[in-house]
Design a protein around this ligand. Sequence first.
Ligand code: FDA
Length: 391
Amino acid sequence: MKYDVIVIGAGAAGLMCAATAGKRGRKVLLVDHANKPGKKILMSGGGRCNFTNLDITPENYLSQNPHFVKSALGRYTQWDFIALVSQYEIPWHDKGQGELFCDNKASDILEMLLAECAKAKVTLQTHCEIEAVEKISDHFQLLTACGDFTCDKLVVATGGLSIPTMGASGFGYQLAKQFKHTVLPTCASLVPFTLSGKTQDRAAILSGISVTATIENPRTGFTGELLFTHRGLSGPAVLQLSNYWNLGEAITINFLPNDTLRECIAEWKKTSGKQLIKNLLMQLLPKRFVNSWLPQALQNKTAADLNQKDTESLHNCFQQWSVIPSGTEGYRTAEVTRGGINTDEVSSKTFESKNVQGLYFVGEVLDVTGWLGGYNFQWAWASGWCAGQVV
Ligand code: FDA
């Protein structure tokens, strides 16, 4: 079968690209090896899909080339996607900080994209294992478990490595290497940290407790919810920092981001000197957390009892706790893959390979990683739409 365009990967970027190209009258085949399209859309945002963010800037993305995202994000914006969502009368809300979620279900977004593909007469083929891809003169030939296909333009939208059970594979990277592209080192990102030894035990005792914290490494930091887990640390602030974390690096956590503990202690000494420091801290932090986090030697001290060394010990414990995570939970739970196909070798306007005419890469398979908060989907929509305009 001959197509104008074949898109490999019926995820967020592939669906958007296929629909956009189909609307231009191109004969499009969208293939996926999974049994269903858009599986990550369905599981995203806790089942409600955080489909974009009101505040999208290039600074919300990581890439070896930080300028690469500018063109696409400027041409297909969050407002364009919101307009599409509104056209389909999908109810949504801002969860705070501009993060837009469906009121009902993530499947609203997937059904909208599938409707767009149907309108554009895109042929969708799931359960389709791709065995080989070759470029023969000016067209591509795909040998697949569902037959052989040829096309003029081939779009790779196979995403990253996170959640292999949802269809993730390294196929896009392999294909890129086959066509002499560089793939920058990849790692699990937007992912919980694991701890080991005594620090893991400390976290495990607190498993399920969440506190507002600032979590930092030497380059950046985020304030938000931090959740203790059996294996380490999770929650939005932790996931955000994981985008900027390298193995072996220490992180510092301030469990009282809105207070200065040294000043609180000075004040408590004046006003509540007879009260146990433990009880005073419980005014600011969850009881279970204080009970377990407060050093044993300070458990029975009152505010008046605290000397300078105690104050510093409390400061280090609650406002400057430093730890080296043993690692992350890995691709099994990561929301995204950091790294990927080197963006220097791809046009930021058309997403065409600079090495091979007619070959395109869109979405997460590229070395572009967004923050938590709808940024990764916006990248998928924007890059898919831009390529869909030209293929
Ligand atoms: P995506 O992974 O969506 O699609 C790739 C497709 O390629 C899949 O359908 C896969 O089956 C297919 N494929 C892979 N290998 C293939 C092969 N060999 N042959 C054929 N097909 C192949 N982002 C966000 O902005 N807001 C959110 O709320 C969330 N929530 C979220 C939750 C969870 C649990 C995860 C794992 C991820 C998120 N994300 C997110 C991230 C977001 O899902 C992700 O960045 C986009 O789906 C990336 O879109 P792509 O189309 O590039 O890849």
